[in-house]
Design a protein around this ligand. Structure first.
Ligand code: SAM
Length: 228
């Protein structure tokens, strides 16, 4: 079982997703145990303050070191891996999701305002990850994205493990187009080949469509594949 602890000022943000769809399924089947911690509870200040103005000039508040140290030091063990989502982290990929799914214990920090004091990052954080080149107001949504992506790699969470193998990025390609009923909708037909029952021809068509789509939308994924 993968243990995940999330340290946040806004535990309520996780309530909905924690009990929904694959998150609920993964917990029910014992693949993951999720605990949400309120950072304020680790503050020893009178008003449970967790932030302070950034040193130097300029605007902005930062999460202080003490509550984050208290939280991580209480929760971590030798097998813990501490992740801080940050726009200045390495961009999170499909392979990172697979890698993190193999950890025993993940601790996620959810920053806000200008982020968190650098001493927390230097002393406690194992990895900083960005979910893309834009800036969110807080780490909670980023943590949800990361957990959602890694939960799919936990054993038996996805009913059909073949879908993991065929999905976008799993083979360095975007996924081919897919269709379901009805066969004709507003004059748009499902490609004839998909109704043929000929699996090898369908596989070939899917491969061609995946390469075609990847060339147009994400040519960078084809670099190193000889341009295909
Ligand atoms: N001052 C920081 C900077 O310029 O890099 C931005 C801080 S941001 C307003 C507040 C928090 O949102 C961050 O501490 C992080 O937890 C989260 N965050 C914002 N954008 C993110 C991204 N692209 N990926 C991951 N986390 C992000």
């Amino acid at each position: 079982m993968l243990f995940i602890d999330i340290i946040t000022l806004f535990p309520v943000m996780f309530q909905g997703i924690k009990g929904t769809s694959m998150w609920a399924r993964a917990q029910d089947m014992g693949a993951v145990a999720l605990n949400i911690w309120n950072l304020r509870e680790f503050s020893r200040s009178k008003q449970y303050k967790v932030d302070a103005p950034v040193f130097g000039h300029g605007p902005g508040m930062l999460y202080r070191v003490e509550p984050l140290f208290a939280a991580v030091e209480q929760l971590r063990s030798d097998s813990s891996w501490v992740v801080n989502p940050s726009p200045s982290g390495k961009v999170f990929t499909h392979e990172d999701a697979r890698r993190l799914a193999h950890k025993e214990h993940l601790i996620f920090l959810c920053g806000h305002y200008e982020g968190i004091d650098q001493r927390v990052i230097d002393s406690l954080v194992d990895e900083e990850v960005s979910i893309g080149d834009y800036v969110l107001t807080g780490g909670e949504l980023a943590v949800m994205v990361i957990i959602d992506a890694l939960i799919r790699f936990l054993p038996n969470v996805l009913g059909d493990s073949q879908s993991l193998e065929e999905e976008s990025f799993s083979r360095g390609l975007l996924e081919y187009p897919q269709y379901t009923r009805p066969e004709i909708f507003r004059c748009q037909r499902v490609p004839e080949i998909l109704l043929s029952g000929n699996h090898s021809r369908i596989d070939k068509w899917r491969e061609e469509k995946a390469v075609e789509k990847t060339k147009i939308i994400r040519p960078d994924l084809l670099e190193g594949k000889g341009g295909m």
